[in-house]
Design a protein around this ligand. Sequence first.
Ligand SMILES: [Zn+2]
Ligand SMILES: [Zn+2]
Length: 454
Amino acid sequence: MRIIDLNKTREIGSQCIYLEVGNFKILLDCGMSPREEGFKALPNFALINGEAIDIIIISHCHLDHVGSLPFFMKNQQQARVLTSPASHIIMPRILENSVTIMTMQREERGVKEYPLYSMSDIKELDKHILQMPHAKTRTLQKDGSEINVTFFSAGHVIGASSVLIEHKHRTLFFSGDVLFRNQKTLKGALWPKKTVDVVISETTRGNHSQRDDFSYQSEIDRLVNRIKYTLEGGGSVLIPAFALGRMQEILKILHNAQTQKKLPKNIPIFCSGLGLGLVDDFEVANKKLRCIDFRSAILRDLKVKSFRNAKFDKLRKPTQQSIFVLSSGMLVENTPSYITAANLVGSPQNAILFVGYCDPMTPGGELLAQEKHSSFDFKALRVSSKIEAYIERFDLSGHADREDLLECIFSLNPRTVVLTHGEKESRDWFFDNIIDKRPKIVIVDPEPGEWCDV
Ligand SMILES: [Zn+2]
Ligand SMILES: [Zn+2]
């Protein structure tokens, strides 16, 4: 088996690995980088220029895994796209939203190549999709070569999958993005109990050590207490959250807190459109698959309002105390969370509470890294504000802790581990710990664009 990491940098970026197994040419994910724009945000497709891809595996519907799929498929009409039934339901809405954002960025920032694909390109995808229910093996054939492909639940977000590929006596396992613990809305990953030859693993949390006294519930309690404290002090709260996954998890946490009288019911809650729209998809997915513990009744109970109806005065302050649960989770420029952060950050009564991963190069990552009272440039709005609001990160990540992930990789007893989807320090932690604990394992930390035999 041979691979090329098509991500342009050794970072999280645009997840996409080219893999040759038998006669099959396969892509593992087809993402778009959140920190770049235009063609730069795409994986390095030039490296496989002219190759006819047989199979594209989409592990889940975050844009860093699926964002460039309609662009790539324009010249790959023979390819089949394998994804879970829930991801199949969600994918069009995520990609359509991406077209809307790219169209906006073309106008506002002059990115001439945007949008990189159209609504009709997204519709075209549908006829290429082969649904892969979890734990059901599908056999595929090409020119006398045969592979078995099995998707497994990866936790993380609705529909997220880890993928096993078997060819003759060789086996390869791709983690996708994975979380083993249960969330309030979703059960944790269920990996196979077997030995595999090669594991290609995400490494997102490799640079994060967990406190010994950490528990998911205690972190939720800390978040709820901080929201309560801020509201009691007359401030508003912004929780930037990925529309897919984090937003619904946070809404369920707020719902539980209100039910248990830990938070007041009279403060309006605003959410951005994509996160609300996805709840409709969850309802459709749940009817068929019963895959997620989130009902639209939660939105009704919380009286959630669309962000479009939120009002700010001339001084850019909210006209009433509010809780904002808005995408993007990383405050990507001109998104609802970015605009609201610019409105809230100047007042010490307010709080901006991060609940997921923030790429250090995005405005969210930059804001987290900056000192209180320093001034922060919201470049896209041409506004500079002093950071006076309370800013904190809560560890409600949708990714596995590094120790859990390492243990689960070891449980597959691999000969080779390929590191992917993480910053340098994160990969280094996995590298060092695998060498230390299982010195016989071959570790591959692929140089972007280089062939690796695995
Ligand atoms: Zn993800
Ligand atoms: Zn990811």
